[in-house]
Write a protein that binds this ligand. Structure first.
Ligand code: GLA
Length: 426
């Protein structure tokens, strides 16, 4: 005979299953329908290192030989990526940003590296990078000049694509400065995508197309996804909490538009990881790492791997967090709710698992506790009928078994994040 409690539990379970079915239907309905750029690349978000945020356009090798944009910097970073565990956890692409070029093209119209700062040229650098088991990324611009004023690719898309392929380049970051019309911008991004494909070399295509379109009109993400492997939507990241917050705020304000379009082969790019630099506290670095994992963002670090704290290194090399970022289901997470200066984000993972991040955005006071009913997580599915929860950040800790009706209590530092992984228990 059923007791009243048993009946209640069974009714709650039945309700759980009905709700779960509705959410599943909604969820499937929301699957990205858009075709991805058909180059077989970036099936999970690109991981690597990109010089811009940390080293910018420092061309003064006389006075700053260790931090100017030169082959020496890239040779050293390549060496460290291969020997200090970076490559082993997935950071594969070593990427050059702006300011690598000589001020003029060569006599045949080809881009050339600055001969003083890159005496061996890009091909030799690429060979070295490949010998370390890594891949090389380079930078160019769809318009008449790069953002820092070096030669742009407008009118040279085919030549430049061929030059990069000949050099053995594996990724192109294509910027959008100095483009005189919105038509040139769109046509240029498409033209370069096709030109890269025609070279026959596998080259990841990283765009800034939507970022430069937004001020004029709303980007067509379905189209962008057909041409780019990832695309920047918003302003450049800086080494500050304000910058990280503004990126998260932009993302949540636009999530209905940008989340459904992300998936294997094409990703939203909220810009570089600045962990290991000067501007973020420990908690803020944790927030960046956790949220970039939830957002299925390319993980392109911009820091000095020659001088990085053990703490920052451990965070950037955290395999559990990287596994969330690289989850093969390839669905971008989103903000589920905001209340009382807390944000809850969640991301569906393969094998019916979920990642959940809880952020304490309050910048006054100490750690605050936040309690959430697990029923509300994972569209009603994550803990239905029960789940095992592991806290991954700020420290890894097994939290144990949770039933559908239970609550989870956490303590979160100001500007910090608690990142959880929820797995099916039964
Ligand atoms: C733009 C891009 C940055 C960087 C610089 C280089 O601002 O958004 O990521 O590439 O140009 O000049």
């Amino acid at each position: 005979m059923m007791t009243a409690t048993m009946m209640l539990v069974s009714r709650v379970r039945r309700l759980g299953c009905v709700l779960a079915f509705c959410f599943l239907a909604l969820f499937l309905w929301g699957l990205p329908g858009a075709r991805a750029l058909d180059n077989g690349l970036a099936m999970t978000p690109t991981m690597g290192w990109l010089h811009w945020e940390r080293f910018m356009c420092n061309v003064n090798c006389q006075e700053e030989p260790d931090s100017c944009i030169s082959e020496k910097l890239f040779l050293q970073i390549a060496e460290i990526m291969a020997s200090d565990g970076w490559k082993d956890v997935g950071y594969e692409y070593l990427c050059i940003d702006d300011c690598w070029m000589a001020p003029e093209r060569d006599s045949e119209g080809r881009l050339q590296a600055d001969p003083k700062r890159f005496p061996g040229g890009i091909r030799r650098l690429a060979n070295y990078v490949h010998s370390k088991g890594l891949k090389l990324g380079i930078y160019a611009d769809v318009g008449n000049k790069t953002c820092a004023g070096f030669p742009g690719s407008f009118g040279y898309y085919d030549i430049d694509a061929k030059t990069f392929a000949d050099w053995g380049v594996d990724l192109l970051k294509f910027d959008g400065c100095y483009c005189d019309s919105i038509n040139h911008l769109a046509d240029g991004y498409k033209h370069m995508s096709l030109a890269l494909n025609r070279t026959g070399r596998s080259i990841v295509y990283s765009c800034e197309w939507p970022l430069y379109m937004w001020p004029i009109f709303k980007p067509n993400y379905t189209e962008i996804r057909e041409y780019c492997n990832h695309w920047r939507n918003f302003a450049d990241v800086y080494d500050s909490w304000q910058s990280i917050r503004s990126i998260l705020d932009w993302t949540t304000s636009n999530q209905e538009r940008i989340v459904p379009v992300a998936g294997p082969g094409g990703w939203n790019d909220p810009d570089m990881l600045v962990i290991g630099n000067f501007g973020l506290s420990r908690d803020q670095q944790i927030t960046q790492m956790a949220l970039w994992a939830i957002m299925a963002a390319p993980l392109l670090m911009s820091n000095d791997l020659r001088h990085i704290s053990l703490e920052a290194k451990a965070l950037l090399q955290d395999k559990d967090v990287i596994a969330i970022n690289q989850d093969p289901l390839g669905k971008q997470g989103y903000r589920l709710r905001k209340e009382d200066n807390f944000e809850v984000w969640e991301r569906p993972l393969s094998n019916l698992a979920w990642a959940v991040a809880m952020v304490n955005l309050q910048e006054i006071g100490g750690p605050r506790s936040y309690t959430i009913s697990v029923t509300s997580l994972g569209q009603g599915l994550a803990c239905n009928p029960d789940c095992l929860i592991t806290q991954l950040l700020p420290v890894k800790r097994k939290l144990g078994f949770y039933e559908w009706t239970s609550s989870l209590k956490t303590q979160i530092n100001p500007t910090g994040t608690v990142l959880l992984r929820l797995e099916r228990a039964s």
